[in-house]
Every structure is written in structure tokens, then in C-alpha cells.
Unconditional design. Structure first.
Length: 147
């Protein structure tokens, strides 16, 4: 399952991405909030539930959007089983998935255009983990830090 959430600073980009994912990529996405714009909301209130949902199953993925992407990325990475990356470019999203097996993509709602963010999401969703021995070994070292 693919999940998406944001705070107020990422709300408009999140709405755009939901439409893009459903109509252009023809994928199902579940919106975990917020359902309406609230300039006083706090990103951890949406990043934590999304990260917990993603961590429930290896095939789950998530997209988080806040003003810079940093806050949701830091928050999501506090949850065991999450490998969240900052999607500042198409190439970064591709490499984060291919080499680090990232399961949450974090985006900057105040920085990225809708078109650029859409291209980043597309690349993230279509890229598979390379599963090379060196990458598996490195990722196991990261996962061991959660213990």
C-alpha cells in the first residue's frame, strides 16, 4: 500500500500528488491527513502515523510533505523499520530506493514545483532496490542501529 501525508506547508503539494498518483500513475494511495488545511498543525502528528503504517509491511511505501522535507524525514526515521529519504531531485530519489531500499520519500512543499515533485515521485515508485550483496550488507548495518 502507498500512503501519503503532510502538514500545512505541504498540504497543496500533497493534494496535487494524490491526483497525479491516481490519474497519471494509476496507483492507489491512502491519504493519512490532514484532510483540511490548518496553518497551526504539526508535522510529527502526520509523519508518525504514516511511518508506522509503512513499517507494518515490507511492500508498503510512504510519501511525506512538509515545508522543507527535513522535519518529516527526521521524524519518520525515528520509527523502527523506516528508511526515509529527502527527495530533492529525481536522481536522489532513484538512488535512495536503488541503493538504500528507502520506503518513505520526503518532499519539500515550499521548494519543489508540482511538476518536479511529480517526476521525483514517479521515479521513486518505479525504482526497485538493486539487492546487490554490498548494498544488503550496508543496509543491514544501518538496520542494526535500531536495536
Amino acid at each position: 500500500m502507498l500512503y501519503i501525508a503532510s502538514d500545512h506547508a505541504g498540504f497543496q503539494l500533497k493534494k496535487h500528488l494524490i491526483t497525479y498518483i491516481k490519474t497519471q500513475l494509476r496507483k492507489t494511495v491512502q491519504d493519512l491527513g490532514p484532510k483540511k488545511f490548518d496553518k497551526e498543525d504539526d508535522f510529527p502528528d502526520f509523519a508518525v502515523p504514516l511511518a508506522k503504517k509503512v513499517a507494518e509491511k515490507n511492500s508498503n511505501l510512504g510519501i511525506l510533505v512538509c515545508g522543507t522535507g527535513h522535519g518529516v524525514c527526521i521524524t519518520a526515521n525515528k520509527i523502527k523499520g523506516i528508511s526515509a529519504i529527502l527527495g530533492y531531485s529525481i536522481e536522489a530519489a532513484e538512488m535512495g530506493k536503488k541503493h538504500n531500499n528507502a520506503n518513505v520519500l520526503c518532499l519539500a512543499g515550499k521548494v519543489l514545483s508540482h511538476e518536479h515533485a511529480s517526476a521525483i515521485v514517479k521515479k521513486f515508485l518505479e525504482t526497485k532496490f538493486e539487492n546487490a550483496q554490498r548494498l544488503v550488507r550496508r543496509n543491514k548495518k544501518i538496520t542494526a542501529l535500531e536495536k
